[in-house]
Structure formats: structure tokens, C-alpha cells
Design a binder for this molecule. Structure first.
Ligand code: OSB
Ligand code: MG
Length: 368
């Protein structure tokens, strides 16, 4: 594959409803799309950086800068035999995994199309459908939240994840558990607690949650290990797992019992697969996280989640939960059984809607 052309686009998509986590409220997404052409084939990737540096250090703006100034010059005009070579070419750039992932993943799409394979197959995925859950933001009241949960369960989703923060945790979870004692339920704190909050976190053990996601600091492993030793509920790490070395350290320290894999957070498909393989060897289940992606990022998530050790329902759900109109066709749909059927066509399996993408684009940079 000779990299002939790279386009970086920023487009704005308003969420159907605001999404609140312990770190803030998101109303609209500033989405960065990477299009890479090699040997006449176009591949697409999405950069999942947030608008503000609240989930991780990256932002839409830092990713734009790093792609244009540092990543494009390394790749443009280069001959690659596989997308898996991109990681080594970018390894000396410290950090910025989301910027790297957007570009690397576009090349995975190119490679899959060139080989006539669905991306899932090229990655070594085995599932024909993937199990889906939903991530629900913090709401004004437990009553509002319960209505949303009812809706999602009726749609077929296999597990419910609730965002929590100090003061909006045990009370809300208790209420949900009272009404719905049987459902597969978990919580995500997005690093809102400290080890001193152990008494509150211990109270959560009473609700037999599947797991508690990222209770402590975004860059911590050691305190999570201390916490896990005192909690019954399995800890799942999200923010802290930025690459396969961190995953190995987390497992060696017993800092978690589950890992959430996000393509952007770990720098793309190659590193995601390394984490997946490591967890599989050590008997640690993984699931695919979400970052309020457009259809492009969502399609990549679906492909990754077909790998064998993605045994738990992820945060990959239907396009229509987020957007009035997505930028791919068809949209990502979820079956009444709470699964997404993996497409069998070459590449991503969902077609980017060029006209709509162009219409939503607020800036673009083209490199030849
Ligand atoms: O921590 O998993 C998270 C969204 C934005 C940033 C971080 C997270 C999330 C979600 C939503 O939980 C997942 C989704 O539905 O895309
Ligand atoms: Mg999370």
C-alpha cells in the first residue's frame, strides 16, 4: 500500500441528548475523520479525542496538530506492506494515541478492502454478532434514569452501565437494584474517587455489580490494586490502560479483573489486539468501550469486538441512540436480542456518506 493521499476533516455532530459523566457534560461532538488513500482505495478512521482534556490529555485540537505536523509527514508517500507497520513508524512520538489510532485504523480499512476481507476477519475476529450494552449518563433523578433503563432493556440491550460520581452513587444504584434485581448492571466512575472513599466503594459490593469501572485516578495502577484487594466487586480499568505494557502491569499487580479496550485510548487496532491477546492468555475478560463515536469509529469498534476474548457486552450500541442521522449507511443497528450483526463485505462494512460528511465538515486539510 502506497500512502498517496491523507485527508483530515473536523465535523460537528450534536448528540440527541446531553451525556453527563463525573468529568463533565457533552452536548455535541467535534469529530475528526481521517481518510487515507492507498493504491486508489479509500480507508476511514475516527479520532476519538474529547473536546476538552477531561477523559485523557488529548483534545480535538491537539490531535489536529499532531496529525498534520507529525504523523502525516511520516506516512505520506510511504510504501507499507500492512497497516500493522504503522505503530513502529509512529512509536517515537510520545503519547497522542487517539491521533495515531485514527490514522492507523484508516489503513486497516484500506488493507481489508485490498484483500477483499471484512475488517473483522483481517483482525482475526471470529464472532458473527457482538453482544451490546449501553452506557447511561448521570441524570437529574433516579426516576428519569429508571425510565431510560426500561427503554434500553425493552430494546434488547444485554447490560446497563451507570455513570456515577461522589454523591450520585450508592443512592442511585440502590434504587435501580430495588426495581431491577436481575439485570446485568455495572457502574463507571471515570476516576472520580480516592482511596479514602473506600467506605462508599465498599457499600457498592451489596449490589452484586458486574464490575466498577475506573474508580480511582486516570493514571494509577497501584492504588487500584490496593482497592481491588478490599473489594468484592471486580474492578475494570479504562483510563489507566493506555497500552499493552500498562495492561501487563495492571494484571501483574492485580489492579483489575476486567479490561475495557478502546481503540483510541490504546493507539489503534494493533495495540488493542495485543492487549486482547494478553488478557486472553491470562484469563481476563475484555469488552469494547465507546467514546460517543460517529458511525466510522463505531464500525471499527464492531470489527475489534469480534475477537474471541471480547466476551462481555460492550458500550457499542445503535447509531440512533446518539445521532439524529449518522454519517454512514446503513446506520449501526442493534437486534432485539441486543447484538450487532457483523457485516460480511470487505473493509469497514458500512459506507461513509460522503455528501453528508462534506456538508458537516467545518475544516479540512488535504495532503498529497
Ligand atoms: O468512560 O467509558 C467511558 C463516553 C465518553 C468518554 C468516556 C466514556 C464514555 C462512555 C460512553 O461511557 C460510551 C458510549 O456510549 O460511547
Ligand atoms: Mg469508562
Amino acid at each position: 500500500m502506497k500512502v498517496e493521499f491523507i485527508a483530515l476533516r473536523e465535523l460537528h455532530l450534536g448528540l440527541k441528548a446531553p451525556f453527563e459523566t463525573s468529568f463533565g457534560v457533552t452536548h455535541k461532538r467535534r469529530i475528526l475523520l481521517v481518510e487515507v488513500q492507498a493504491d486508489g482505495v479509500s480507508g476511514w478512521g475516527e479520532i476519538t479525542a474529547g473536546e476538552e482534556p477531561l477523559f485523557s490529555a488529548e483534545t480535538t485540537e491537539t490531535a489536529w496538530h499532531v496529525v498534520c505536523e507529525f504523523i502525516v509527514p511520516l506516512l505520506l508517500g510511504r510504501e507499507l506492506s500492512t497497516a500493522s507497520e504503522v505503530g513502529a513508524l509512529l512509536a517515537h512520538i510520545r503519547g497522542h494515541p487517539m491521533a495515531k489510532a485514527g490514522v492507523e485504523n484508516a489503513l486497516w480499512d484500506v488493507e481489508a478492502q485490498q484483500k477483499g476481507l471484512p475488517l473483522a476477519k483481517l483482525l482475526g475476529g471470529e464472532r458473527e454478532e457482538i453482544p451490546c450494552g449501553v452506557s447511561l449518563g448521570i441524570e437529574e433523578s433516579a426516576a428519569i434514569l429508571l425510565d431510560k433503563i426500561d427503554q434500553e432493556l425493552a430494546a434488547g440491550y444485554q447490560r446497563i452501565k451507570l455513570k456515577i460520581k461522589p454523591g450520585r452513587d450508592t443512592n442511585v444504584v440502590a434504587e435501580v437494584r430495588r426495581r431491577l434485581p436481575q439485570i446485568r448492571l455495572m457502574v463507571d466512575a471515570n476516576a472520580a474517587y480516592r482511596l479514602e472513599d473506600l467506605p462508599v466503594l465498599k457499600q457498592l459490593d451489596a449490589f452484586y455489580l458486574m464490575m466498577i469501572e475506573q474508580p480511582l485516578a486516570w493514571d494509577d495502577l497501584y492504588q487500584h490494586a490496593q482497592l481491588q484487594a478490599q473489594l468484592q466487586t471486580p474492578i475494570c480499568l479504562d483510563e489507566s490502560i493506555t497500552n499493552a505494557r500498562q495492561a501487563a502491569a495492571a494484571l501483574a499487580l492485580h489492579a483489575c479483573k476486567v479490561i475495557n479496550i478502546k481503540l483510541g485510548r490504546v493507539g489503534g487496532h494493533s495495540e488493542a489486539r495485543r492487549i486482547h491477546d494478553l488478557c486472553q492468555q491470562q484469563g481476563i475478560p475484555v469488552w469494547c468501550g465507546g467514546m460517543l463515536e460517529s458511525g466510522i469509529g463505531r464500525a471499527h469498534n464492531v470489527a475489534m469486538a469480534t475477537l474471541r476474548n471480547f466476551v462481555l457486552p460492550g458500550d457499542v450500541s445503535a447509531s440512533q441512540r446518539y445521532w439524529h442521522e449518522d454519517i454512514i449507511e446503513p446506520e449501526v443497528e442493534v437486534s432485539p436480542q441486543g447484538t450487532i450483526h457483523v457485516p460480511l463485505t470487505p473493509g469497514l462494512g458500512w459506507r461513509p456518506r460522503r455528501e453528508r460528511i462534506e456538508k458537516l465538515t467545518v475544516r479540512k486539510e488535504l495532503f498529497r
